[in-house]
Design a protein around this ligand. Structure first.
Ligand SMILES: [Mg+2]
Length: 376
């Protein structure tokens, strides 16, 4: 990547995400095979698992080791409230094991392992250190340790999302997608039978995508098999958005869950614009990955009124789409603002990501026309 100023940050971020994906795969496999008690509900009824806390711990620990100890600013999804309750002691034990097993393999990813295993309190410190609120100035790392936790517990799509914001602008975006096959047509091929994406077929590997603002280049690497060392950037291939601009040929993605997006409003917009295909419903930021890779052309998301979008659910994915040649704005056509703290403040109705400006303009126009008659 050309921009020397951030090359070390990008390099470390990519390695850390690879490592986090390997942790997630292990936890997901254990989880699906044993059905153990690794999932908890948070106060807002969303789910959190051993993987969410463990990934947050290793990313926080690694970034702090490499970039400046306690002063580093990390904005991330999880806190330690549930994990420190007295009934959670076995859960905390699982997190401690998962974190130390993963960190012990750090050299495989070109990172330095700790001298000895981390204690539970060091791990809790690492998780709770990620309590920054971001903001308009300085550098902030932004992490969603497991984006799409429901997809994760169902053995379906999820992502590890890491971004870095500098003075309010997203500069680095890295997205690990362990169940998104590296091969061409990784999503579309499987979605023909089912609206919801299926888990990765056996024999295929997931991917990590990364980019830096202003380079116009997005790269994709295969996830590492567990007996290999990360060769970087040797195995990376460049990806780009689709060149389709005819709505009749375009594929559009949307969230699986109705609570995250109004499907019927999106269907109305799709109809107005002339989209013919059924929506591809995918968990997590893999939707942005699909646009960046050129496997889908449009991503529409209309959250229920009152819901505030958080920066960690979008920062990495938005930069990937933009640098791969696409366009992302709110539903009013304005750029997303990552400088206002943990929420995308001032977001107009929803988020529209497209492979190009022509489709984007059509969608924005259709939203505008359909809005009056809907009661979102
Ligand atoms: Mg999450």
């Amino acid at each position: 990547m050309e921009n020397e100023k951030y090359s070390k940050e990008l390099n470390v971020a990519v390695r850390v995400v690879h490592m986090a994906c390997s942790l997630c795969q292990k936890v997901q496999n254990q989880f699906l095979s044993t059905n153990s008690d690794q999932v908890k509900s948070k106060d807002d009824d969303s789910l959190v698992t051993v993987a969410d806390w463990s990934v947050q711990a290793i990313v926080s620990w690694m970034l702090s080791e490499v970039f400046g100890g306690q002063n580093i600013s990390i904005v991330a999804e999880e806190d330690i409230q549930t994990l420190t309750k007295s009934e959670s002691s076995s859960l905390l034990g699982m997190v401690v094991n998962a974190v130390n097993e993963c960190l012990a393999e750090a050299s495989r990813f070109g990172l330095q392992a700790p001298g000895k295993a981390l204690s539970a309190s060091q791990i809790l410190d690492a998780i709770s250190r990620c309590n920054s609120h971001g903001g308009p100035s300085g550098r902030h790392w932004v992490l969603d340790p497991v984006d799409g936790t429901l997809g994760f517990v169902r053995g379906d799509q999820y992502a590890v999302a890491l971004a870095m914001i500098d003075d309010g602008e997203v500069i680095i975006g890295v997205l690990g997608c362990p169940n998104y096959p590296l091969k061409d047509d990784g999503l579309n091929k499987y979605s023909q039978q089912n609206l919801v994406m299926l888990k990765i077929p056996s024999g295929e590997v997931g991917c990590v995508m990364y980019t830096m603002k202003g380079t116009g280049k997005v790269w994709m690497q295969p996830l590492l098999p567990c007996d290999k060392r990360l060769e970087w950037p040797n195995s990376a291939v460049r990806i780009r958005v689709s060149s389709v601009d005819d709505p009749a040929l375009a594929t559009f993605c949307e969230p699986v869950e109705r609570t995250n997006s109004n499907h019927s409003f999106a269907a109305g917009v799709a109809n107005t614009v002339g989209l013919r295909k059924k929506p591809l419903r995918v968990y997590s930021m893999v939707k942005y990955a699909a646009i960046a890779r050129g496997e889908a052309e449009i991503y529409m998301r209309f959250a229920r009124s009152g819901y505030k979008e958080k920066i960690w659910d979008h920062a990495a994915g938005v930069l990937l789409v933009q640098e791969a040649g696409g366009v992302v704005t709110d539903a009013g056509g304005r750029p997303l603002d990552f400088s206002k703290g943990i929420y995308l403040e001032g977001l107009d109705r929803g988020i529209i990501a497209c492979c190009g400006i022509k489709l984007h303009e059509k969608i924005i126009g259709a939203v505008y026309a359909s809005w009056e008659s809907s009661n979102l």
